[in-house]
Design a binder for this molecule. Sequence first.
Ligand code: SOE
Length: 394
Amino acid sequence: MQNRETKTFRVAVFGTGFIGRVHVEAVRRLGNVEVVAVAASDDAKARRFADEVHVPNSTGDYREILADPQLDAVHICTPNWLHFPMAKAAMEAGKHVLCEKPLAMNSREGAELVRLAEERKLVNCTLYNMRYYPQVQNMRRLREAAELGDIHTVQGTYSQDWLLFDTDYSWRIEGKANGPSRTFADIGTHWCDMVEHVTGLRITSLCADLSTFHKTRRKPAGSIETFAAGPGETFAAGSGTPDQAREIAIDTEDFGAVLLRLGDRARGAMTVSQIATGRKNRLFLEVFGTKGSFAWDQERPDELWIGRRSSMNSLAPKDPSLMSEKARSSADLPAGLSEGYDDTFKQVFRGFYRTLADRSAPIEYPTFADGLRQLRIIEAVLESAESEAWREVG
Ligand code: SOE
């Protein structure tokens, strides 16, 4: 019998809603990461969640957890307004940080987090996890192998319908908890991060139109904090309107349409919606080049449509045996066995903790710098929508 000690990382998860659970379950799949504590907005909520996911320690004050000298990293899965203070406090306590998107409420906060991580030499990640569906990595590597030729246009959407009704409530719909952009910041940035990651092009300027269809919504009784895991939790919408609900004015968009310029000459167009009746989580991307094109749909993630002008189009199933070595690294299951949303978090966490174990390892996960990039795109979208004019991306 051989025995080889391997380092087990001790981590905490801040936030006990839908995505907090996704993080706990996905990070445990690595085998060398132990979730030792969770934090929520109050002790009771933290304890309930900790008992559900079998974590020993819980608290209503995340700063207690940061005092643990044995803690290696924190996963921030709280509403947007808490990302900056929690990430800053964690890094000042010497902890490595994985933060859900958007990284912060604005690019000023985002730039401060990037600076702090660099200054303290801390491993850092913004959860643009959608990059790590196997077929998305396949698109990226095939593009790098010049399978598309020169890219001239991109198009697509990220469409959901969980906020379709005026009785659907989430902390996200209030600018003070979410930030000034809701739908674009929440899901449009996944699309923009993916288009830049797959094409290798940068969005240089854009022209945006944002619409708030529900000028008022019905807010259930309770504080914003109660909604991080409760009637206003993500995707909990549709739970009807408790009698005590009251009407509130809404200052964040339900829908956005954005024209894009990328690289030296590429053009594009995308939409984002959280009122797209029947579309549940449809991130759809098409990339058109002079030799070929790709189309990928998150609602059918194992399929990659490949378009050709002078030969047959094809619909390629996910088959790691046919992928390049680099693309194959994001697939753990053979052809015909589906890999989905939860698996993308495992892939990101695997890259993050590989770098934590070996700081010379290549960075194969989205960082705070990627999060800051998306904050700058959000701000260009907001400025463009406000001025009804094209805006450069900072
Ligand atoms: C809600 O729109 C949400 O949970 C997003 O916040 C996530 O980033 C996305 O992956 C799924 O939908």
